[in-house]
Structures are given as structure tokens and as C-alpha cells.
Ligand binder design. Structure first.
Ligand code: ADP
Ligand code: MG
Length: 236
């Protein structure tokens, strides 16, 4: 569904992605782990066209993402810092893109937004402003908002890293349920328990390249490279 081939990305003199090859199949949940600064966010941002890249290709359903309207519409993203519109209610945050981009009627958008809020366990928060929500609630709204565009692929960039520890679980539960429903997901996270439990495949990025990848059982139990062994040792 998504295929990166030899993707290179530099910021000025600094090469951040040094030839990334990665494929994600429909329904697959892929978790990316790696140290800060290794290029994980840049990788997601290239897939979502928030960054350009210098060489290589990214395809979405066999089409170059740079020329694919479907890629633009059908790849959703959730960020570490929620990025909700502060001056809009929770419901309006979710309804905005379906109305403006998908040209839905207000009524239809509202019905769907309410259903999505229900799904993330926040039905009673429809009419409040984001400032009244906890971080975990904000992130669940952000997920609902992304889902309102009916994405075929969801990218998550450290969705729980900005949260107090006691709020992490509620967000991970929503993500787990999405995974169980068959959503195709690419997730950058430091939540190793979640990776073990939910990922079909775990990918270790270090200094702009994929160093190692595999199914979680194998990946965590029998890391092959020195770099991954070292990283996992530091994580515990
Ligand atoms: P990660 O998400 O793994 O922590 P990033 O993809 O955010 O890593 O960043 C990788 C490297 O690219 C870092 O050295 C970072 O400073 C650099 N970088 C990221 N975005 C920019 C940018 N817009 N301009 C310049 N350098 C950037
Ligand atoms: Mg990052």
C-alpha cells in the first residue's frame, strides 16, 4: 500500500534520510522505533508530503505520492502536539475538513463527527473547547479528526510522548482498537509494550537508515545488530 524506495532527504548539508526502503501492506501495523534525531519524524512527514525529499520514490497503491490525489486524501496523520484548532469546539474541529475538503453537508459531517467522538470515548465533550481537555482527551480528538477524512492509512508520530504517564493508556487503547479493526498504521513510538502487543512488524531506524526489522516476538527477543541491542538495553 505504501512503498518507499531509496528515499534520501537532506536539510542543507545534513543528510537525515540515507536511503530508506520500507513497504507497508494493507491492514499492517508497523511500529518505528529509534533514538531522537534518527529521522523518524522526517520519514513520516515525507510520506504525508509535509516534507519534500531529494531522491528515491514513495508510492501509494502503486502511484507516486507526489502526483496522487488519493495519497493526499487517504493518508492521515496524528502528531505529538495534537494541533487542534483552539478557537473551535471539539465537534467543529472534527467537522472542518469533511465539510471543506470532502464537501460534505454540515448535517452529515456532524452525524459522522459525533459517531467518531463516541468511538474515542468522548461523546460528552462535543461542545467544549480543546483548552478544557486533558492531553489524552486532546489526542483522542485529534485521532477522531484524522479519521473523519476516512483515511486508508494512519501515521502516528509519537502520539503519547507529550502526555502525562497516566494518560498514555487511553490513547494507546484507541489506537489498538483501530489496529484490530484493520486500519493500516505506521506508528513512531517509544511505547515498547504497545509495539510488542500491537505491531505486526517493528522497524528500527538509526541515523537515517533502517537497521533492522522483524515481527515483535523475534525483534525484541533476538535483536541481530549491535546497534539495536544497545538501543533496547537503553530503553529498559
Ligand atoms: P526523530 O523524529 O527521529 O527525532 P527528526 O526526523 O525529527 O528525527 O530529525 C532528524 C534530523 O533532522 C535531526 O537532526 C533534526 O535536527 C533535523 N531536522 C528535522 N527537521 C528539520 C528542519 N526542518 N530543518 C533542519 N533540520 C531538521
Ligand atoms: Mg520525531
Amino acid at each position: 500500500m505504501v512503498a518507499l524506495k531509496e528515499v534520501h532527504k537532506s536539510f542543507g548539508e545534513i543528510e537525515v534520510l540515507k536511503g530508506v526502503n520500507l513497504s507497508i501492506s494493507k491492514g499492517e501495523v508497523v511500529v518505528i522505533i529509534g533514538s531522537s534525531g534518527s529521522g523518524k519524524s522526517t520519514l513520516l512527514r515525507c510520506i504525508n508530503r509535509l516534507e519534500t525529499f531529494n531522491a528515491g520514490s514513495i508510492q501509494y497503491n502503486q502511484q507516486n505520492i507526489l502526483h496522487s490525489e488519493a495519497a493526499r486524501r487517504e493518508i492521515g496523520m496524528v502528531f505529538q502536539q495534537f494541533h487542534l484548532f483552539p478557537h473551535k469546539t471539539v465537534l467543529d474541529n472534527i467537522m472542518l475538513a469533511p465539510i471543506q475538503v470532502l464537501k460534505k453537508s454540515k448535517e452529515e459531517a456532524q452525524v459522522e463527527a459525533k459517531a467518531l467522538l463516541e468511538k474515542v470515548g468522548l461523546a460528552e465533550k462535543a461542545n467544549v473547547f480543546p483548552s478544557k481537555l486533558s492531553g489524552g482527551q486532546k489526542q483522542r480528538v485529534a485521532i477522531a479528526r484524522a479519521l473523519a477524512m476516512k483515511p486508508q492509512v494512519m501515521l502516528f508520530d509519537e502520539p503519547t510522548s507529550a502526555l502525562d504517564p497516566e494518560l498514555v493508556g487511553e490513547v494507546l487503547r484507541v489506537m489498538k482498537r483501530l489496529a484490530e479493526e484493520g486500519m493500516t498504521m505506521l506508528i513512531v513510538t517509544h511505547e515498547m509494550g504497545f509495539a510488542r502487543e500491537v505491531a505486526d512488524r517493528v522497524v528500527f531506524v538509526d541515523k537515517g537508515v533502517i537497521v533492522e526489522e522483524g515481527p515483535p516476538e523475534e525483534f525484541f527477543k533476538y535483536p541481530k545488530t549491535k546497534r539495536l541491542k544497545l538501543f533496547l538495553r537503553r530503553m529498559v
